[in-house]
Write a new protein. Structure first.
Length: 242
């Protein structure tokens, strides 16, 4: 069901915080600040507006810090041009591009730089393709290892390593199908490993508890207690409510 967002405003000290809230079938109230400066609160259906506003005020200092952070960091959220000097993310850290002509098309991560070598014209389209292939290759290896690590938290449930796919997903970091197939977003490789493991653990919980029910969140609390902090960190890297 598509969430219906409602605009609201509160005064926090000398600042005015404009945010949106919506209700869903969830156990906890979540609060996210996005790179486009949107502030989103998603609350359980039983929550009243007073509680939501109390949450906003309680996290007011954090919200304003995140807004200032994104105002400085905003170019990262803009479309990449794939030119020398531009910054790109990998596992939560930024690296600058160095594009050069050589005998072999390749991408290497060397001394804080993405060194991209092309054997013909140095077009942005060619660099984009090479970077996407590099990300995909590293995502396959990293996701596979982190799935193995995450499974160790489910020994009581006897979950086998799921078949997983990597796709460009517009609105999800990860999806777990009813048949247990795990699909992970290619963009996830740009976030810290701890965030990737959170997404994987979240989806593995769905194998046991398909819906965002109280049982689901109880299982999530059990398998990855720090999940709410990791969720907030993950929200720094994309406009996806997770």
């Amino acid at each position: 069901m598509e969430l219906k967002f409602i605009d609201d405003t509160i005064q926090f000290g000398r600042s005015v915080i404009n945010y949106q809230y919506a209700f869903s079938n969830r156990k906890h109230l979540s609060l996210s600040v996005y790179p486009d400066l949107r502030i989103i609160a998603i609350a359980p259906k039983s929550t009243n507006l007073v509680k939501i506003r109390e949450k906003i005020k309680k996290r007011g200092s954090w919200i304003l810090k995140q807004i200032q952070f994104f105002k400085q960091f905003l170019p990262v959220a803009q479309p990449r041009l794939f030119v020398s000097g531009e910054s790109h993310l990998y596992l939560g850290k930024q690296y600058r591009l160095k594009i050069q002509k050589g005998n072999k098309d390749q991408v290497k991560l060397i001394a804080g730089y993405f060194q991209v070598t092309v054997n013909d014209q140095k077009t942005s389209e060619k660099v984009r393709f090479l970077m996407e292939q590099w990300y995909l290759s590293h995502a396959k290896t990293t996701y596979s290892k982190l799935i193995e690590m995450s499974l160790s938290s489910f020994t009581k449930h006897d979950i086998k390593k799921p078949f997983f796919k990597i796709r460009h997903l517009k609105s999800k970091w990860g999806i777990c199908s009813k048949s247990g197939i795990l699909t992970l977003n290619t963009e996830l490789i740009k976030t810290p490993k701890s965030c990737i493991q959170y997404v994987i653990t979240h989806e593995l919980c769905h194998i046991i508890e398909p819906n965002h029910s109280p049982k689901f969140y109880a299982l999530l609390d059990q398998t990855i207690p720090e999940w709410s902090k990791l969720k907030e960190q993950l929200n720094l890297f994309g406009n996806i409510v997770y």
